[in-house]
Design a protein around this ligand. Sequence first.
Ligand code: 5GP
Length: 190
Amino acid sequence: MKLLEDRIMQDGIVLPGDVLKVDQFLNHQVDPDLMMAMGKEFAKLFKDEKITKILTVESSGIAPAVFVGLQFHVPVVFARKNKSITMQNDLYSASVYSYTKKVENTIAVANKFLGENDRVLIIDDFLANGQAAEGLFKICDEAKAEIAGIGIVIEKSFQKGAELIHKRGVRLEALAKISSFDGDQVHFED
Ligand code: 5GP
């Protein structure tokens, strides 16, 4: 998606450890016009998939996920990282290693928000090694929900997440695919 690639070129900052900082428009400050355009793009890509629910993980997946939900007019569920006192039982959960924070988190979704009648579109901001995606797959499996696909805003194609998802046979669509970082330069796949 040209609009997103241009924005990454303009505002993205490459940090050590193959991390791209995009807090100008996605991870801290959010650009709603760009989010809307991305929501429409995902909706176009997955339009025939009979999506009943969008699933993401807090916090940076929420903004793009809501804009996809707006297009499909279906609920958006975000897996929570810290079990709150209002969320004690009846949970689907998974353990996820955070690429950026380098800690293991338990993510959880209440049973009542996901079930066997759902066809789920997973949305997340980044795909690196696929840990967040795997955790969300596990939650869908526990809920017996069908996974219609996964939509990623920025895929770092040189890391192993994409291969892992393909091996599982899940449809993967990314709006920007980064093939490499070269110093502070970002290179996209053709
Ligand atoms: P994975 O689980 O695929 O290894 O990493 C994906 C998760 O880690 C995303 O949900 C995202 O929050 C975070 N992440 C991975 N790589 C990056 C990156 O380059 N920049 C930012 N801002 N977050 C990243």
